[in-house]
Structure formats: structure tokens, C-alpha cells
Design a protein around this ligand. Structure first.
Ligand SMILES: *[C@@H]1O[C@H](CO)[C@@H](O)[C@H](O)[C@H]1NC(C)=O
Length: 332
């Protein structure tokens, strides 16, 4: 919200500055004229430096995150979406769990609880836009980052352009992006953005960012008919995987960390103030977005349990309050 207000303030400042411009040479501004951008594959979802636009109408995206694979009862999706809408959100982003859809190599299933269509239909019915995040890698949101178990005995370095990996993802990526493509807003569906990969950042030596992998992955997406803008989710404002349609400095921030065993201890930088500066430094002409803002915390094997994680990232943190050192409940 803070960012929105500052953007609004910037807009107002520009407007009042223009009103005072004397006749004479035109004043150059890096804010005007406003340039609406499109990826050239469709014209329903566009953007400028302020926001996304749907059919030319500005949309400030307030998105929650829901994972269809956590709710095997397909008929309950609508209830969840309606509640999210009632809380004031207009969008939901969702991961797809590759390992669940292709537990045995070459046998991809969208049957029963694996079917994504009821999820798409419920979002549309509730009036919620969807941001699809099919990976193929989805990090800590599920075991093995969503990779199937058979990946552990498939040779080659994964998340690179190595052919053994590209062969491994081929069936899943084609199948899932085809399902997503059929549910894009351009086809009357709820999907407005598709994210490629996830946090393709922090690559450790001796490996480097594999631009060839990114290119091949994007081609798989567009070959399946993904026309809405493709985005990425950087683990931090690091400028990785910028070849997508809208890099937009879409990044993560988990300022309160992940120490669920000390849920009442706040990180020293728990109220981050660098977002706007980072955006201006990397891509001031695209919109600013935080894709994951401490939406939760994970707990490893033998950890203190998700009850404590819910405290770490709970209402006090959400309200940005400084936590008082009161006694933590011993059971959750
Ligand atoms: C890809 O991975 C395989 C299996 O580890 C390896 O034999 C091959 O050399 C790799 N290819 C490249 C181009 O690195």
C-alpha cells in the first residue's frame, strides 16, 4: 500500500508540475508520455510503468496464493475463491506440482484431483484473475521443488539447457502450458499472466545463469499458445531471467526470515525500505511488483511446526507492528 500511495503521489506531482509549465521549450520528463507496452502476442493484457492493464483499464494486482494440489476436493475451490475475493483480493497465483501430475515418467495425468479445469472454472466464476506458475521448478512450496521423484535418477544438471533435462521436462511443460493456454483471458478464461521457472537466481559456482535454458523454456510456453505476458519471479531484486515479457522487477521478499522456532523474534530489517529504490535502479520504465512478500515460512523436518510459522508471519507481522517480547504459547 505504501508503494501505491507514493506512486499516486508521484502522479499528482507530475500533474501539478505540468500545470505550472510556462510556454516555451517543452519540458522533458522521463515519466511522460506514458508508454503502454504489449508483448505483441495479444492486446488484452498490457502494462506501463504504473500497472498492468486489462482491456486498457488499469489493474492494481492484489493477489493471494492458492495451490490446487493442496485441495483435492474440486468442488471447494469456488468457496475459497469467494472468500479471497471477499477479503479484497482480485487475483490468485498458483503453482502446479509437476511430480504429482507425472509421478511415473511419461505418464501424465490430469484425472480426478489432478484436474486443473475445476480450479480455472471456479476462479472465473468468482471473478478472480489467475497468475499461473507451472515451474517446472517451484522451490520450497513442495517436496523437491515440485520435481518428480524419478528426477533423482535422471542424469544431467537440472534447470539447465542440458538435453537430458530438457527431455525430462518436455512432456509436462507442453501438457500443462496447453491447459493454461486454453484458460487465458484471451480465450475467455481467468489467466492473465504466466510465470516461467521460479527464483532462477542464486545459481552457485561452477554454474551460471543458463540463458539457453531460459530461451528454450520460453519457446515451449509460447509454442503451446501462451500469449498473455510471461513473467518471472526473482528471489531478490537481482536482475535474473529478464528475457521474459515483463521482468518488472517481480521479486520475493521474506524480511522476517524463516526462523519459526523463534516466532516472536523479529529480524532487524523486518520493515524493508529498499523496494522502491531497487525498482528505480533496475527498471523504472516497467511496473513494480513484489511477487512473494513473506506469504509464510517453511519448516523443515524436525522443525518447530507450522503453528509457530503462522505466528512468525501472523497478524502482528502483517500489520507491521514491532512485536513485544511477551511469552510465546508453548502449544499450538
Ligand atoms: C548433459 O548431461 C549428461 C549427463 O550427465 C552429460 O553426459 C552431458 O555431457 C551433458 N551435456 C552437456 C552439453 O553438458
Amino acid at each position: 500500500m505504501k508503494l501505491l500511495f507514493s506512486k499516486l503521489l508521484a502522479l499528482l506531482c507530475v500533474a501539478s508540475a505540468l500545470a505550472k509549465v510556462p510556454r516555451g521549450p517543452r519540458v522533458q520528463s522521463n515519466l511522460l508520455p506514458r508508454e503502454t507496452k504489449s508483448n505483441g502476442r495479444q492486446d488484452i493484457v498490457t502494462w506501463d510503468e504504473y500497472s498492468l492493464m486489462i482491456n486498457g483499464k488499469r489493474l492494481m494486482v492484489f493477489s493471494g496464493e492458492v495451490h490446487p494440489y493442496r485441495n483435492p476436493v474440486q468442488s471447494l475451490h469456488l468457496d475459497v475463491f469467494q472468500k479471497i475475493k471477499a477479503m479484497g483480493f482480485n487475483a490468485v497465483s498458483f503453482y502446479v506440482f509437476w511430480g504429482l501430475l507425472e509421478p511415473k515418467r511419461g505418464e501424465i495425468s490430469f484425472e480426478g484431483f489432478r484436474d486443473l479445469q475445476p480450479f480455472f472454472d471456479a476462479a472465473k466464476k468468482a471473478g478472480i484473475y489467475l497468475i499461473a506458475r507451472p515451474g517446472p521448478y517451484i522451490n520450497a512450496e513442495t517436496s523437491g521443488g515440485g520435481f518428480p521423484g524419478w528426477g533423482t535418477y535422471t542424469p544431467g544438471v537440472w534447470r539447465t539447457s542440458n538435453q537430458t533435462y530438457m527431455d525430462a521436462i518436455d512432456g509436462y511443460v507442453k501438457a500443462v502450458t496447453t491447459k493454461i493456454a486454453a484458460n487465458q483471458i484471451t480465450k475467455g478464461g481467468p489467466v492473465i499472466l504466466v510465470q516461467a521457472e521460479n527464483e532462477y537466481s542464486g545459481i552457485q559456482e561452477p554454474y551460471t545463469e543458463d540463458f539457453d535454458y531460459q530461451k528454450k523454456l520460453l519457446k515451449l510456453f509460447t509454442d503451446s499458445g501462451i500469449t498473455v505476458p510471461i513473467t518471472t519471479n526473482d528471489a531478490w531484486p537481482g536482475g535474473k531471467f529478464t528475457s521474459v515479457d515483463i521482468y518488472e522487477l517481480g521479486y520475493d521478499s521474506y524480511p522476517n526470515g524463516f526462523d519459526c522456532s523463534n516466532p516472536y523474534k523479529w529480524a532487524s530489517d523486518a520493515v524493508p525500505e529498499y523496494f522502491w529504490g531497487a525498482h528505480l535502479g533496475i527498471n523504472p520504465k516497467d511496473l513494480n511488483a513484489v511477487y512473494e512478500f513473506q506469504g509464510g515460512a517453511f519448516d523443515g523436518w524436525g522443525g518447530s511446526g507450522y503453528g509457530t510459522c503462522a505466528v512468525l508471519t501472523g497478524p502482528e507481522f502483517e500489520r507491521g507492528e514491532i512485536k513485544l517480547a511477551f511469552k510465546a504459547p508453548t502449544t499450538f
